[in-house]
Design a protein around this ligand. Sequence first.
Ligand code: ADP
Length: 352
Amino acid sequence: MEQQIKRLLSTIVHPESGRNIIESGIVEHVDLQNNRITVTLHFDKARDPFALKIKHQIEEILSTELALDKEAITVIIKEAAPHVQQPAERHTQTGGIGKILAVASGKGGVGKSTVTANLALTLRNMGYRVGILDADIYGPSQPKMFGVEDYLPEAERIDGEECILPADAMGIKLMSIGFFIKPTDALIWRDAMATNALRQMIHQTKWGGLDFLLIDLPPGTGGVHLAVISELKITGAVIVSTPQQVAVADVRRGVEMFRAEKIEIPVVGIIENMAWFTPRELPQNRYYLFGHGGAREYAEKNDVPFLGEIPIIQSVMDGSEEGRPAVGTDPEVESRYRSIAEKIVENMTKSC
Ligand code: ADP
């Protein structure tokens, strides 16, 4: 089977060099396990413009020729640079974590959790080891986004320390407050239990070595933020916003919280979600339902990097409902997230 896969891959040619991807060494590794194929690609230059195209060709040819579901095929793209530094010194008994990225928003419902899930999957597709800590006590949605709502975290004793095992969500280590508290729990319990449960999740999860840990924070600024900030050394923060609410004080408050004295967490950038809507039957038209350009303007005025825009796309919503983030199924969403993730990696390496 491996030979057959390699033979199929050797029919794909890199448009620039004209050499096939096996012969030129772009295919670094092919892994076959339980009818799942993982192909790891290695490109010599950063941001090879043909990387995504080649990835889609591989998914296409393997799924057609081997009669496999596209979900059974994972293509990881590794690039020469920019790279995060080696996992830093920040060790707990649960293993080293390289960079910790908080994902925040001024308000609920702007797509913060959706962005977190898609960003995590994009970073994983770039070859990084990724974890998500879902700390959104008011609406922990990561388990649903990845279709692991029924996961019950187990504990394991390692070197005399009690560890909690995260869920494996498409190759991403996922720990969610949703595994511990249920939506039906009264709110008054939730706040009290949440801080405790979060503390445990932070220190006891067996992450097992990560390049990036993404934290899905609750919306706004509050007690959970302060708890997370004081328990973990966050490397940088991303703020998700829709165009219209940028004008209001929420986003500003978010930026100010991270930049406050003694907290001083670099704001890696702002992502504008739900930036416009394009109906399928009129692909050239963009309808700016929530206003236009507000996030970019805010970012420029306040010296915050602007990372990019994500339009309203049906596949994004479907992906959250079906437990498969859209980055894995929709090439347009994938390329938008790829560009945002590359900027985040670059900004974090530079400024954090
Ligand atoms: P938050 O975490 O900010 O509360 P969610 O990530 O839960 O927001 O998103 C709220 C709703 O909007 C979800 O139903 C989600 O599927 C949908 N959504 C988010 N971003 C997009 C998008 N770019 N296109 C279409 N639907 C989106």
